[in-house]
Design a protein around this ligand. Structure first.
Ligand SMILES: Nc1ncnc2c1ncn2[C@@H]1O[C@H](COP(=O)(O)OP(=O)(O)OP(=O)(O)O)[C@@H](O)[C@H]1O
Ligand SMILES: [Mg+2]
Length: 236
């Protein structure tokens, strides 16, 4: 449904994303892993239209995304969260969600989403009064309020303890079952990624070096040498 073909991005002399091609199917839960600086966030920025690709093409349900701005892509169903949080700080939790709901055409977000991500009792609080974890969860719910076809999450478990990460995994499994959107999830917490995702794409130095099930990825020699190293046995 989301298809990338030969997508590259350079910043001056740095080639952050190199000739990336892949297909994300409707409703799929895909992980994106790789070392620091591999190009993961850049790829999400290219898909969401925050950055313009140097070359390559992208389509959503067969329609080209080339030349579409970030807000046009959001309207078409591409939602994302940010590695560095970007809630609207002085708006309430509810207003943050309403901004996205308005942008997404006004369809009400299932109340259950607010419940699943633990924001029910916090709707009237200013977003900047929330804990870091709650701000992360708010970004996810705000993304869902767009009623997206694809929701991209850039390190949603960063800074969370094990208990919070487990709860996040359960909430995202709920999203997969109920919200009818594909998830594209970046994280360095491999247990979290391997439990949640059906398939995983691995980036190294801007290029895809592997793609497969969690089991295939943990056994792949290229992935072990580029990223997993001694962790491989811990997540296998
Ligand atoms: N706006 C930018 N201007 C210049 N260089 C950039 C920019 N954004 C990213 N880069 C460079 O592109 C490369 C990929 O960065 P990116 O942030 O996409 O990596 P990442 O895989 O998300 O890493 P991390 O796991 O640390 O978040 C890095 O070398 C980075 O320094
Ligand atoms: Mg990143």
């Amino acid at each position: 449904m989301l298809e990338l073909s030969g997508v590259s991005k350079s910043f001056g002399g740095v080639q952050a994303v190199r000739d990336v091609s892949f297909v994300l199917r409707a409703g799929e839960v895909r992980g994106l892993i790789g070392p620091n600086g591999a190009g993961k966030s850049t790829l999400v920025n290219l898909i969401s239209g925050l950055l313009t690709a140097s070359s390559g093409t992208m389509t959503l349900d067969g329609a080209s995304l080339t030349g579409q701005s970030a807000h046009q892509r959001a309207r078409q169903g591409i939602a994302r969260t940010f590695q560095n949080l970007r809630v609207f700080p002085s708006l309430s939790v509810e207003q943050n969600i309403d901004v996205a709901r308005y942008a997404g055409g006004g369809a009400a977000l299932p109340e259950a989403a607010i419940e699943e991500f633990g924001l029910r009792d916090k709707l009237t609080l200013a977003a900047n009064a929330l804990s870091y974890g709650d701000q992360r969860r708010l970004e996810i719910v705000r993304g869902l309020a767009l009623r997206p076809k694809v929701l991209m999450l850039d390190e949603p478990a960063a800074g969370m303890n094990e208990e919070e990460t487990d709860a996040l995994g359960r909430a995202l499994t709920w999203v997969q079952a109920e919200a009818d959107c594909a998830l594209f999830v970046i994280d360095h917490d491999l247990k979290f990624i391997m439990t949640l995702c059906e398939r995983i794409t691995v980036l190294d130095m801007g290029a895809i070096i592997a793609e497969g099930t969690p089991q295939e990825i943990t056994k792949n020699p290229k992935v072990i040498s580029a990223y997993l190293g001694e962790d491989a046995s811990a997540v296998a």
